[in-house]
Structure formats: C-alpha cells, structure tokens
Design a protein around this ligand. Structure first.
Ligand SMILES: Cc1ncc(COP(=O)(O)O)c(C=O)c1O
Length: 413
C-alpha cells in the first residue's frame, strides 16, 4: 500500500530495500534459535571489571572533559596511543594521521561521502563485507568484484579490474568477513604494486588482524605501502586508508574505531565527521583510553584468542563429523567467520528456511556478492555461541544439509 511518505524519499534510498534474506534472518533473533548468523563477539570476553574501574576513574578525575563536547578528530591521548602502537607494530604515523570514528562502519560511510560519485566503480573482493556495500550503495556505487580463494583476492584478475578506472580498491586482508580468507604476503605485495601502477587508492579494513589463532602475523597493506614508497618519516602520506576498531578487542557497544590515512585525507574526513555527529562520544573515548592505556589490550587479546580458537576448532571438528561429504568449507586462521560451500545448484536461502525449522541459522552467501552469485554458499560465525551450543547447532545444520541435498537429487552418505 502506498503511504504519503512514498514519493518523498531521496533517490539514493532506492537501493536500500528489504531482502528475502533479511526477512528470514529476523527469525534468527528468536531466543530458541541457535544463530551462527550474527557477527557478534562473545559477551563472556567483555572486560566488565576493567570497564567498571575505568568509569569510576573517568568520573572521579575527568568528568568535566569526558561529559563535555570534544574535538572532532578524537581524544588526543587515545590518538597518540594508537599512533604509538601503529608506529611500533605497523607503520610510522603521527596523531595527524589518525581520526577516531563511531565504529568502522561510520568510517566506511564517510569514505563513501568523500570519494564516491554516483556510478563510480569500486573494486571489491567477492564475497565482501555487506556493511560496506550497504554504506556505499547509498552513494550510487557500482562494483567490480574480484573473486578470491583462501589466500585472498585473485590478483591476476585485479589488474583487469583496475583497467576499468575504479575509485578505489576495498580489501579485508585478515580473516575476511565473510569468507575467513587471509591475503597472502605475495599477493599483498602485488596489490600494493598494482594499485600504485594504476594510481588507485586502497581501503584496508582490518577489524580482525589481532585475532590470529595460528600461523605468522602478516604485515598490513598500509605498512607495505609505506615501505614500497620509502615513506618512513613519521607521518604517513601514501596510498592506503587503513581502518580498525575496538569493537572486537574491547566491546562493539563502545562504537569506537580509528582511521589511519594521509593528513590531507584525515582533514577532509574531519570536516565530514563534523557535519555528521561533531565527534565520537567523549565519555567512551576516555573510558577506552583508561582501560587500554597500561598495556591491558595485549593481555586481553590473549583471552579472546584462546576463547575463539576453541570455538573455531569445535565448529570445524563438528563439521567434519556431521556435514555431508559434498560440502566444502574454509579453515580460517583467525577472526570470527568461516565459509561453507554446497554443490552448485543448491540454494542457501532454501537451506536457511529448512534450518530455521530445525532452529538453527546462518547467513546465505549471496548477500555478500554485490553483482550476484554465491547462491550455494553460507557464512557461519563461530565467536558468539559457547562450544556446546556450537556442537548442537552444527549437528542440526548437518541434518538440514543432508535433507536438502537429498531433495536436490544428491546421494548423501
Ligand atoms: C569487515 C568489517 N568492517 C567493519 C565492521 C564494523 O565494525 P564497527 O563495529 O567498528 O563499526 C565490521 C563489523 O563486523 C566488519 O566485519
């Protein structure tokens, strides 16, 4: 039915419609459903005691500033701490390279506002992070998907994509959401070189880089870019905009993240942020700084790693045990997600309908493909549910898959 509002919405709202998948996933929020659909951290790892103490300190010692309006670029000590950390582990940066945002999701939106004209092409991994597509659809972006495997984007296909003149390349190098894949070192180097050759900037989105459960840490694209340009002079001015967040290291409810970029990009992002929300919550920035300042994060991340590693292993072991042999899946070295692949022709949205009857949920993979495809794939989150719940959920999903595959004419063993 038409409402009086119908013809008042801006044109850009056109691409924000509801989808079958989104409607189905509403059921996944019901308490009796075991959901591998969300992308949530385990509440058990939230450092509640440390937050409690930090709130007391902030209110006792900094109430006048922490409850007041603050600078758009963010709380200076927090930016300095991030700069020190980045300079030690990643790339030499100054506080002028850093902007605090209300979650990385806000940074993605601002990047859209700053760079995307209607009809611009963005190179994305296929599949890619749904939240980025949602942010950029509003600005009329079009996508050039580059397929990936467990070692990330297939760079031999990147060059062809770059010849089409995209605005930027969007890469999730570590334990990608949704596939769990990690861009190999050799491919990282190639991405940097190709981006430079074609003069196309890179957006590096890295919420999960610290959540590695096996294998060696790989250098970030921003660091490789700075080495490539011999740009180690204390202020980064290269070709990469790097995003990371406290959502997975402390708590997503803080809505606290940061951008590392050349100072001229940061200045324009600051203007964009001023118009959007003036600044990120002063109180949350003070509290996060208080929690993180004494090296707490280095210790805390160990707890997160061991909790999620166990959950990943339980999920993988169960899948091995109960999934039909026609299924394939990734073995992520970190992060929060893995990716399941059914035989071609089996539709994950149909599987989800049957799965919901058995009270288990996941996200069908088609949503992560901006230009279609991936109908036979699914994303499973392993960070949120406790190990026993994962066992029960995966055994329900195994039964569901066997049932649907049989219906589709597969001889399931
Ligand atoms: C790849 C990616 N980018 C950005 C975000 C948004 O993170 P934030 O909570 O900082 O907004 C997420 C959250 O899941 C993510 O997976």
């Amino acid at each position: 039915m038409q409402t009086p509002w119908e013809y008042r919405y801006a044109h850009r709202i056109g691409k924000m419609g509801s989808s079958v998948i989104r409607e189905l996933l509403k059921y996944a929020e019901q308490p009796e459903i075991i959901s591998f659909a969300g992308g949530m951290p385990a509440p058990e790892v939230f450092p509640v005691k440390e937050f409690h103490e930090a709130c007391n300190v902030v209110l006792a010692e900094h109430a006048a500033q922490a409850l007041q309006y603050g600078p758009t670029e963010g709380h200076r000590p927090l930016r300095e701490m991030i700069a020190r950390h980045a300079s030690r582990y990643m790339v030499e940066v100054a506080p002028d390279n850093i902007l605090i945002t209300s979650g990385s999701q806000q940074a993605l939106d601002f990047i859209g506002r700053l760079f995307i004209n209607r009809g611009d092409y963005i190179v994305v991994e296929s599949p890619t992070y749904l939240g980025a597509l949602q942010a950029w659809n509003a600005y009329g972006a079009q996508y050039i998907p580059v397929p990936m495997d467990e070692d990330g984007m297939l760079v031999d296909q990147l060059e062809e994509a770059l010849r089409k003149g995209p605005k930027f390349i969007y890469v999730l190098p570590n334990f990608q959401n949704p596939s769990g894949g990690t861009l190999s070192l050799a491919r990282r180097q190639q991405v940097i070189e190709l981006a430079d050759k074609y003069g196309v900037p890179i957006i590096e989105d890295d919420p999960y880089g610290k959540l590695r459960y096996e294998g060696e840490h790989l250098p970030s694209l921003v660091m490789l870019d700075s080495q490539y340009r011999n740009d180690n002079h204390g202020t980064y001015s290269g070709n990469v905009i790097y995003l990371s967040t406290f959502s997975k290291l402390l708590a997503p409810g803080l809505r606290l993240a940061w951008v590392i970029a050349p100072p001229e990009v940061i200045r324009r992002l600051i203007m964009t942020k001023q118009a959007a929300d003036l600044h990120t919550s002063s109180f949350n920035q003070y509290v996060a700084y208080e929690v993180a300042k004494g090296g707490f994060l280095d210790e805390h991340v160990k707890v997160i790693r061991s909790t999620y590693k166990e959950r990943r292993d339980v999920m993988l072991e169960m899948m091995e045990e109960v999934f039909p042999s026609e299924m394939r899946w990734t073995h992520p070295q970190g992060g929060m997600f893995l990716w399941g692949m059914m035989p071609e022709g089996v539709d994950a949205t149909e599987v989800l309908k049957t799965a919901l009857e058995r009270k288990v949920a996941f996200v069908p993979g088609a949503s992560f493909h901006p230009n279609g495809g991936g109908e036979n794939t699914m994303r499973l989150n392993f960070s949120y549910c406790a190990p026993d719940t994962i066992r029960e959920g995966i055994s329900r999903l195994g039964l569901t898959l066997k049932e649907v595959l049989r219906k589709n004419g597969h001889k399931v063993t």
